[in-house]
Design a protein around this ligand. Sequence first.
Ligand SMILES: Cc1cc2nc3c(=O)[nH]c(=O)nc-3n(C[C@H](O)[C@H](O)[C@H](O)COP(=O)(O)OP(=O)(O)OC[C@H]3O[C@@H](n4cnc5c(N)ncnc54)[C@H](O)[C@@H]3O)c2cc1C
Ligand code: SF4
Length: 484
Amino acid sequence: MLNFERVKISHEDPAKRLKSFTLEPVKEYSTDEATTEASRCIGCNICTQACPASLDIGGYIKSTAVGDPAQTVRIVFENLPFPAIIGRVCTHLCEDICVLYDTGGPIAIRHLKRYAADQFQDYGEIIDIPKKKFIGKHVAVIGGGPSGLTAAFYLTIQGVKVTLFEKLPALGGFMKTGIPRYRLPQEILDKEIGFITSQGVDVRLNTEIGKDIKFSQIMNDYDAVYIAVGNQTPHMTGTPGSDAPNVMHATEFLRRVSFGEHIDVGRNVAIIGGGFTANDSSRTSLRLGAKNVYIMYRRREVDRPGYPSLNADEELEESVEEGVNYMWEVTPFEYVKEGGRVTKLRYWQNEMVMEPGGRAKPVPKKDKVLEIDVDFIIEATGQETDYSFMGDEFVRRLRLTPHGQPIVNEHNMTSIPGLFSGGDSTNSNRDLISAVRDADSAVSGILQYLNVMDQVVEERLPTLDRWKKYSTSAAKMAYAERGR
Ligand SMILES: Cc1cc2nc3c(=O)[nH]c(=O)nc-3n(C[C@H](O)[C@H](O)[C@H](O)COP(=O)(O)OP(=O)(O)OC[C@H]3O[C@@H](n4cnc5c(N)ncnc54)[C@H](O)[C@@H]3O)c2cc1C
Ligand code: SF4
């Protein structure tokens, strides 16, 4: 009898996972499993509609199905230069909309991409990118995260000289400093970032624009500029007691751990927030030795960031398996200090009150004060973009949306001619694949702005909005519908 069931992926034992900062919770498909899973795909490419970067998913899955993972990698590279990274941590909305969802489960698109990419240590052996003559244009990219790296790659292979400025001592942005090594191993970052920069990108680490080099100088010295600075300025709650040394923003906490620091979090850790960052902080705390880890979120489970999606469900499942405790509908209002350090966290339980727009609002029930013992508090309460690095003159000319994001045209050019922007600072999805998509779009915009379209190699240009009929939110709606 034909078997249409999704090929199960195995997981490492949670107890073993907790002893390691580098052991990946999700194992990889074997060749036999990958080929079997890929063979289920009917190639309809509905999933491509949900992919912000418009990858030819049906096309690359077919290559794996016929035993040609190298071709899978080549197809992914049309729009995305780090398949092994995305194959591990993509939000994979494509799977939420897969037409086989109710027929054995969605195709395991993300696992298949990881499988194919991991077959090759050096992409140079399977992807032929002949050196292109310098086309006489210099572009500066500010920020070495996924968006900056993608733009640098696709511009460099067109013969543009790209200088990439990164303020930290390492490239990767939140792929390096946010997502922990058990989800994204260092050797995977090294392999894929190394391949990008080896195309001839001039990388300047430890160089902060606005501090080490004036932004106005960059605007003068380069023919065009792509800013991909992310949302790096932490937003703290300001809860009384949050100035204590054992209260830290999640992005600082995760960055310090990613650069090898052992932070003593003690036994009891409370994490405020409910998204990716809260989840990664909780699991990192367990790996640092915490015994009781609580994620405290002010809304209901169904209101958490990223939900409804398979990705949000998988994240929750993996953290619960590891022992993270979720406290829904709570409002922490005081971190109680003793001898300068926080030892208790006081909170109220909320009730959810429906608002006219249909969204439920958390309202604290203040008649009863509840508290837990804490040794460490991590605030995973969001980040903002700070444009002060551009200097007053440029900040005045940069038109922003009411949410503080630069207004960009369909090719990601801002209100300042020659200045392009993308990634977390600019889009609302705030995930890797959307950061890639912005860069793909900016690459076309930059090449048009530089008036060099007659010199580009078209096959090396990212394909934008391939077969787009629906928006990415169609995937969310499809997933929510299934849950009913
Ligand atoms: C903890 C955590 C977990 C996440 N997990 C996932 C996940 O599983 N899947 C997913 O899809 N997304 C995830 N995300 C979101 C994802 O990481 C971001 O959407 C993505 O990294 C945004 O890319 P970016 O290039 O816009 O910015 P960033 O990754 O933020 O990179 C910006 C870079 O610019 C540099 N920079 C800033 N200012 C300057 C300056 N003035 N001069 C020079 N350099 C500068 C910064 O140092 C940084 O390296 C996660 C985020 C976090 C924080
Ligand atoms: S929607 Fe599912 S079946 Fe259709 S191409 Fe995509 S992965 Fe294959």
